[in-house]
Design a protein around this ligand. Structure first.
Ligand code: ADP
Ligand code: TRP
Length: 323
């Protein structure tokens, strides 16, 4: 199976990105042909400071490798190193109805959050469809919030194939991870744009402060509690093994659990999970050329696939003069 996914470098990565997407990406590299990219073209819709975009792009790549992505197994690359995606974006735009685009939730959500309503933001799902379809993957592992984009991608592949009576573009399926919805410290979806996130590689003191401020209700310690309604439990469950999570759930229901104790345990588990990666990341960050070489090699692999698809796409549309 061929797997592809991307992450925008629009801020520092957080627990939602890890459990909703990256953890699964990294696991998939063992069994499948994987392509993962840093979606820097997409990030231009919100980050328009060159130094910042460059730094955040490198950050995402470092995070991936520090967390276990093996560049010898999966191709890791920058979206913009495969410029063919912008060509396919145009071609897909010509077979995409405006009505389909107007139904996209993410455009409305982002405008509500104050993002500039540029044409780039409006066309975001077409660029995303293009950078999926150009690699002809079977599966796209993402969090729940991206499923509509994958469905739009399926529609666009179908429109293209119908219009040009061909089967050049392959219909991809979304692949939801173990935690399609990770709550933030306020209980809403964890997101950098809500300011409710816990960064993966922040200073450990700040991480601790963020964890200790996870919003919980005012049920007294002795009272029985429902673990399924508790943000702290939802986050603990991601980090603890099954037996430990089951034990905490039992103690919640029996009463006697203080939220402070749950949060302290989250701090310990967080450190166990991400402490070693933090060290690996610092070592990698000290050798930026190595990271650049990884991204360039990944782009070479990815671009070869993209160019093959584009040859078929151009032929299908009549963009070549000799048949
Ligand atoms: P953000 O909302 O912080 O801007 P992105 O939209 O860049 O995050 O998400 C990158 C990837 O991480 C996507 O596949 C997305 O589905 C996943 N993801 C982000 N936040 C969460 C979350 N809270 N729960 C589950 N998955 C998430
Ligand atoms: N839109 C995705 C997000 O915000 C990032 C993304 C861009 C992506 N292109 C993609 C994800 C292709 C999967 C496949 O998270």
């Amino acid at each position: 199976m061929r797997v592809l996914s991307g992450i925008q470098p629009s801020g520092k990565l957080h627990l939602g990105n890890y459990f909703g997407a990256m953890k699964q990406h990294i696991a998939l590299q063992e069994e499948h042909e994987c392509f993962f990219f840093v979606a820097n073209f997409h990030a231009l819709t919100t980050i328009q400071n060159p130094a910042e975009l460059q730094a955040l792009t490198l950050d995402v790549a470092l995070d991936y490798v520090a967390l276990g992505l093996d560049p010898n197994k999966a191709a890791l690359f920058r979206q913009s190193d495969v410029p063919e995606v912008t060509e396919l974006t145009w071609i897909l735009a010509t077979v995409t109805g405006k009505g389909l685009m107007e139904r996209a939730h993410s455009y409305k959500d982002k405008i509500t959050k104050g993002v500039q309503p540029s044409m780039g933001l409006f066309n975001y799902p077409i660029l995303m469809a293009s950078d999926i379809l150009i690699y002809r993957p079977n599966a796209v592992p993402v969090g729940k919030d991206q499923v509509q984009h994958i469905e739009m991608t399926q529609d666009m592949a179908g429109h293209f194939n119908n219009t040009y009576k061909c089967d050049v573009l392959v219909r991809p399926e979304p692949l939801l991870g173990e935690a399609p919805f990770v709550p933030g410290i306020d209980g809403q979806k964890m997101s950098k744009s809500y300011g409710n996130h816990i960064e993966l590689f922040d200073d450990p003191k700040i991480v601790k402060k963020r964890i200790m401020s996870i919003k919980t209700d005012s049920t007294p310690v002795e009272a029985p509690k429902n673990p399924d309604n508790c943000n702290a439990f939802a986050i603990l469950k991601l980090l603890a093994d099954e037996a430990e999570a089951a034990d905490w759930a039992k103690r919640y229901r029996a009463g006697g659990v203080g939220y402070g104790d749950v949060k302290k345990r989250i701090v310990e588990l967080f450190e166990q999970e991400f402490g070693p990666a933090r060290e690996r990341r610092a070592e990698l960050a000290a050798r930026p050329q190595e990271m650049e070489d990884i991204l360039v090699a990944g782009a070479q692999r990815a671009r070869k696939e993209a160019q093959e698809t584009m040859k078929l796409v151009r032929e299908a549309c009549g963009l070549v003069c000799v048949g």
